[in-house]
Write a protein that binds this ligand. Structure first.
Ligand code: 4GS
Length: 234
C-alpha cells in the first residue's frame, strides 16, 4: 500500500514514520510513504500558501490552488486503475476508529491532506477531498500528527507489516474488547505478584480468565463498546 501526504512539514512526517515498525515496513517495501511539500506548488514569489479569509475574521487559510496542483501531481504520477482515496484531517470529520482503519486499508493509495492555520479553503473539499476524518474532539496546531496516526493504524493492517508475534496482539483489540492485564518477570514486583492462573500452565483456564478480565474491564470503562459486544454475541 502507498501513502501520499500533502503537508507544509514533510520532515516532521518523515521523522515520525521512519522509526520502529512503520520504518521497517518502508525499508522492506511492503508500504511506501511519500511526502509532498504543498509550498513547492505555490506559484508566487514568496511561495505563500496562506491568505486572509473572505468576509474577514481571525487568522489565515490555506489557499486552494497550491493544494489542487499538489494533489494533481500525485494522482497523475500513479499507475492507471489504482483505488485512490483522499482524506483531509479535520475536527469536522467522522471520528477515526478501527473500522475506518480497515476501510482505508482497502485502497491502493491513501492521500492525506494536513491542514494548518485556521484550515483550508472550502473548495478544496469540493475538488480533491473524498472525506474528512477527525482523530478526536480536540484542536491541534496542524494535521501532521493526525495523518501519522492514520498511517500507523492503517499500515499495520497491511499484509507483511506486522510479524507473526506482533499479529497476535491484533486479534484481541480487533475483537471489540479492551485488553486483559498482562504480566512478565519478575513474579514479585514490590510485593505485587502475578495471578496464579497464569503460572498454572492450564491453557483453557488461562484463556477463560483473560476473556473474563477483558469483558469486565470493557463493561466498566467502555459501556459503549460493551453494548456492541453483547449485541454481536447474540
Ligand atoms: C484535527 C483533529 C485537528 C485544526 C489543524 C485547526 C490545524 C487542526 N485534525 N483531528 N487547524 N482533531 N486539526 O485538530 O484531525
Amino acid at each position: 500500500m502507498r501513502f501520499d501526504i500533502m503537508t507544509l512539514f514533510p520532515d516532521l512526517v518523515q521523522t515520525v514514520l521512519s522509526e520502529s515498525i512503520i520504518g521497517r515496513a518502508q525499508k522492506s517495501g511492503v508500504i511506501e510513504v511519500h511526502t509532498h511539500n504543498i509550498r513547492d506548488y505555490a506559484e508566487n514569489k514568496h511561495n505563500r500558501v496562506d491568505d486572509t479569509p473572505y468576509g474577514g475574521g481571525m487568522g489565515m487559510l490555506m489557499a486552494a490552488p497550491p493544494i489542487y496542483r499538489c494533489h494533481k501531481a500525485i494522482t497523475e504520477a500513479l499507475p492507471a486503475g489504482q483505488r485512490v482515496h483522499t482524506v483531509y484531517l479535520s475536527p469536522r470529520g467522522r471520528v477515526f476508529d478501527h473500522k475506518i482503519a480497515k476501510e482505508l486499508a482497502a485502497y491502493d493509495d491513501l492521500i492525506l491532506l494536513c491542514g494548518h492555520y485556521e484550515g483550508v479553503d472550502a473548495r478544496v473539499m469540493q475538488t480533491v477531498v473524498d472525506e474528512e476524518i477527525s482523530i478526536g474532539d480536540f484542536v491541534l496546531t496542524g494535521g501532521e500528527l493526525p495523518a501519522c496516526l492514520v498511517v500507523d493504524a492503517v499500515a499495520r493492517l497491511c499484509d507483511g507489516v506486522l510479524s507473526d508475534a506482533e499479529c497476535y496482539e491484533k486479534e484481541s483489540v480487533a475483537s471489540g474488547l479492551l485488553e486483559y492485564p498482562q504480566y512478565t518477570r519478575p513474579y514479585d514486583f514490590m510485593g505485587l505478584t502475578v495471578p496464579e492462573v497464569l503460572i498454572s500452565g492450564h491453557h483453557e483456564n488461562i484463556e477463560k480468565w483473560r476473556l473474563e478480565q477483558s469483558v469486565a474491564l470493557t463493561k466498566e470503562r467502555r459501556p459503549d463498546l460493551y453494548e456492541i459486544y453483547e449485541k454481536e454475541r447474540k
